[in-house]
Design a protein around this ligand. Structure first.
Ligand code: UDX
Length: 440
């Protein structure tokens, strides 16, 4: 199949590259000339393990190319996939500007039957919107479909190539047959459904996972008050296969390009049809406050933070990505600067995202070249992102370089709770003295 992917962000680029890996001839198109130039010279504009290698491999075997000529890319395709951004509007709704713009371009360029696939996370009913826009430009027959992407940043290539399901939302037999054949090489179970269900599946999947995270975070917050340990609770409930043990890591909340946007998106989709999606509102509310937990813990040790030196370990919203969108690190740093009127020394380290962070963090931040460099002579260290490079350090030794061995673990990623020489504060954890069973 000849596939044109419009939009080379996370979803578009990784899925386009993976379709080429499956043997399809893929053109990735974008209006961003710099990005396309980078890709043409085998440079990968995002940090995503394994992606660059696949770009080089498939470009050199001739089934992957990059262009800014969207008109020609549409004309050459059997299937045109829309994978442009759908940012949040100020009211939490979904901004469809870019998707609609692409639909208009497709309408002007379409030259023979094609399937137009929405890959972007778009509100229910978007495929119909795309159909109407294209129909208003042309009489050439086409079908629309929804094939949502479930990739996670940092493991996107693996998630696409070894996914658990492919959802194909279609309303024509022709499109159904073509899309089933197109996805057959992935050898992943395919669910064929109607278009609106496919569109809702994407929001429901992300929102459910976000709900699991806010739920376990609330259990953690409760565990602290009743003297329980969230790791034990997560283990105890996660071994029930109806619940499952994934996405039960309590911490400082979810960030990234998807969960924050898609939870708000689902609330807004519901509101538009007069449905009050109360659960999701609470999920968002819990998450909006969860990052403050590490600051509360810091203040439990230092009621006055003015003049203190605090190291922040990890900046990206999760490990294995340089993405800082909705990253708790930024909110934590901004809050620390705010409550101290800037009278605090913040030293940060992240293995990948320090350059991106420079534009977003206050000028006073000190960027460090290693974990050790960041924690040396600091009054407290806060683990914000559980990068391997951070959690696999020898923290017992590192603590000796600190002014005070205070470690606040926003991801419950270190095993220091029993160490007598370190004040270790996780999220929803129970200190050793409390955990020892009283013999009598
Ligand atoms: C998510 C979905 O997993 C993916 O299927 C979808 O296509 C896009 O959105 P992503 O945002 O890349 O992917 O990251 P993910 O690994 O799901 O983590 C999202 C956020 O939740 C991160 O901030 C992470 O730290 C947080 N998280 C995740 C927790 O706090 N606890 C957990 O147990 C799991």
């Amino acid at each position: 199949m000849k596939i044109t992917m419009i939009g080379t962000g996370y979803v578009g680029l990784t899925s386009g590259v993976c379709y080429s890996e499956m043997g399809h001839t893929v053109i990735c198109a974008d209006i961003d000339e710099d990005k396309i130039d980078q890709l043409k010279s085998n440079e990968c504009p995002i940090y995503e393990p394994g992606l660059k290698e696949l770009i080089i491999k498939n470009s050199s075997r001739g089934n992957l190319s990059f262009t800014t000529d969207i008109d020609e890319a549409v004309k050459l395709a059997d299937i045109v996939m829309i994978a442009v951004g759908t940012p949040s509007l100020p009211d939490g709704g979904v901004d469809m500007f870019y998707v609609e713009e692409v639909a208009r371009k497709i309408g002007k360029s379409i030259n023979n039957y094609k399937i137009i696939v929405n890959k972007s996370t778009v509100p229910v009913g978007s495929a119909d919107k795309v159909r109407h826009i294209i129909q208003s430009c042309t009489n050439i027959p086409f079908d629309v479909a929804s094939v949502p992407e479930f990739l996670r940043e940092g493991s996107a290539v693996n998630d696409i190539l070894n996914g658990e399901r492919i959802v194909i939302g279609v309303d024509s037999e022709k499109a159904k047959d073509i899309l089933i054949n197109t996805h057959a090489p992935f050898n992943i179970p395919i669910q064929v459904t109607d278009i609106r269900s496919a569109e809702l599946i994407k929001y429901a999947a992300n929102s459910f996972l976000a709900m699991k995270i806010s739920f376990i975070n609330e259990i953690a917050n409760l565990a602290e008050k009743v003297g329980a340990d969230v790791l034990e609770v997560a283990k105890g409930i996660g071994s029930d296969s109806r619940i499952g043990n994934k996405f039960l890591n309590a911490g400082i909340g979810f960030g990234g390009a998807c969960f924050p946007k898609d939870t708000l998106g689902l609330i807004s989709i519901a509101e538009q049809v007069g449905h009050d999606f109360a659960i999701m509102k609470e999920v968002v509310k819990v998450n909006s406050k969860q990052y403050l937990k590490v600051i509360e813990k810091l203040q439990s040790v230092y009621p006055k933070l003015n003049g203190k030196t605090v190291s922040i370990l990890g900046l990206s919203f999760k490990p294995n990505t340089n993405d800082l969108r909705e990253a708790p690190s930024i909110k934590i740093i901004e809050e620390l600067v705010k409550i101290t009127n800037g009278n605090i020394n913040i030293r940060v380290f992240d293995p990948i995202s320090m350059e991106e962070a420079r534009g977003q963090l206050p000028n006073s931040i000190e960027y460090c070249y290693s974990v050790e460099n960041a924690v040396t002579e600091s009054d407290a260290a806060i683990i914000v992102t559980e990068w391997k490079d951070i959690v696999e350090e020898n923290w017992v030794e590192l603590a000796k370089c600190m002014n005070s061995p205070i470690i606040i673990d926003g991801r419950n990623s270190l095993n220091l709770i029993d160490n007598d020489n370190i004040t270790y504060l996780g999220i929803g954890r129970k200190e050793r003295a409390l955990r020892l069973v009283n013999p009598l």
